[in-house]
Design a protein around this ligand. Structure first.
Ligand code: KIV
Length: 269
């Protein structure tokens, strides 16, 4: 796909058909979003992982709707071609249909997202149908669900036993029928992710779900080695930015203390 093309829901569907892998990453700020957009990332997610990698919480649960709106607005300013999706945080959906719809609409209207993501299965089908019917595209999310960390007793691979596998396949089909345009599969066995991917007409995005998904998504801070709190097995680090930053800040401090900075080229006469 040309880097000039605006990514649409239709393009993601066509990519699945053409067996062209979809590239997705998270962003929480303008600068990162601009770079991701420039390099041709298909889908940028303002994940509620924001809570852990940017805001310093130990889970995503404390992230508020206003936190997500604020960061999505910043990301939107950097995005021109990528599809921009915003995560709905814990308790902003699923309590009442009316609140869910109103909260989702804020992401589109105030924050300029093009879609929202919700974690969960069949119990969300009705509200997803309503969202889609009023023009709010929805990305589903099954498997390990960070907003269900208490109910799932921590961060574990999901779908290892036959009952869970059957349930997840059924959930995926129900979500597809409800109108989601794609599905994130997080921390599920490769064989299950493959089966779901083959059964669905909509694209799957894997994170810890093997290479047979239609695309891959990672938390950018993990890929960059910027978040040092947790390193799941599925993360590949392409850089070590935390270490690079430590070295840069230390060099600056050394230069200041020794009077080497500012030098001639950094001062005004
Ligand atoms: O919050 C997030 O960043 C996510 C991705 C890990 C898919 O949901």
């Amino acid at each position: 796909m040309s880097l000039k093309t605006k990514v649409t829901l239709e393009i993601l569907k066509l990519k699945k058909k053409a067996h062209e892998k979809i590239v997705a990453l998270t962003a929480y700020d303008y600068g990162t979003a601009k770079i991701l957009d420039e390099v041709g990332t298909d889908l940028i997610l303002v994940g509620d992982s924001l809570g852990m990698v940017v805001l310093g919480y130990s889970s995503t649960l404390p992230v508020t709707l206003d936190d997500m709106i604020h960061h999505t607005r910043a990301v939107a300013r950097g995005v021109r071609k990528s599809l921009l999706v915003a995560d709905m945080p814990f308790s902003s959906y699923g309590i009442s249909h009316e609140d869910t719809l109103r909260n989702a609409a804020r992401f589109i209207q105030e924050a300029h997202a093009q879609a929202v993501k919700l974690e969960g299965g069949r119990t969300l089908a009705d509200v997803i149908q309503k969202m889609v019917s009023v023009g709010i595209p929805v990305l589903g999310h099954l498997g390990m669900l960070p907003t269900h960390v208490i109910a799932q007793s921590g961060y574990h691979v999901q779908g290892r036993d036959v009952r869970q596998q059957k349930e997840m396949i059924e959930d995926a089909l129900v979500l597809q029928d409800a109108g989601v345009f794609g599905l994130v599969l997080e921390c599920v066995p490769t064989t299950l992710a493959r089966e779901i991917t083959e059964k669905l007409e909509i694209p799957t995005l894997g994170i810890g779900a093997g290479s047979d998904c239609d695309g891959q998504i990672l938390v950018s801070h993990d890929l960059l080695g910027l978040y040092e709190g947790m390193k799941p097995k599925f993360v590949k680090q392409y850089a070590h930015l935390a270490q690079t930053m430590r070295e840069a800040f230390k060099s600056y401090a050394d230069d200041v203390k020794k009077g080497k900075f500012p030098s001639k080229e950094h001062i005004y006469s």
